[in-house]
Design a binder for this molecule. Structure first.
Ligand code: RB5
Length: 146
């Protein structure tokens, strides 16, 4: 599975931590920046990750800013993206199982590295269940074309 990962300056250190964690687990990661703690604009990196996922170049994405809010709002502007902010593992699992979320976002000012690992594990290990959830996801997709 290929994972796109991106962040702003606030998310940089947590991105480094999670990149090591995920590489050790055997995931193929593509880093879309930013790559320092110098102040930058999260929509730039949200767009890069979202386009990589929407195009199929990467299977899923992870985005980190201060809260996960701004970077997920920006990612959701790209057609085909269902980005979710999760600060605990249960929502991360259900976001994949029920909502077919394709980008996970969270905030480096909200959660620490240990809970971030748990959230990422739940998100990446869960599978979309389809069935009654497919119709609902399709209704969301239809809204993009209206
Ligand atoms: C940057 O100060 C901060 O606004 C950003 O990281 C993020 O939390 C936005 O939603």
């Amino acid at each position: 599975m290929k994972i796109a990962i991106g962040n702003d300056h606030v998310g940089y250190n947590l991105k480094l931590h999670l990149s090591e964690y995920l590489k050790q687990k055997g995931y193929d990661l593509e880093n879309f920046g930013c790559d320092s703690e110098e102040s930058c604009d999260y929509p730039v990196f949200a767009k890069k990750v979202a386009e990589a996922v929407a195009s199929g170049r990467c299977d899923l994405g992870i985005l980190i800013c201060g809260t996960g809010v701004g970077i997920s709002i920006a990612a959701n502007k790209v057609k085909g993206i269902r980005a979710v902010v999760c600060s605990e593992p249960y929502s991360a699992r259900l976001a994949r199982q029920h909502n077919d979320a394709n980008i996970l976002a969270f905030g480096a000012r909200v959660i620490g590295p240990a809970i971030a690992e748990m959230i990422v594990d739940e998100f990446l290990n869960a599978k979309f269940e389809g069935g009654r959830h497919q119709k609902r996801v399709d209704l969301i997709s239809q809204m993009e074309n209206e």
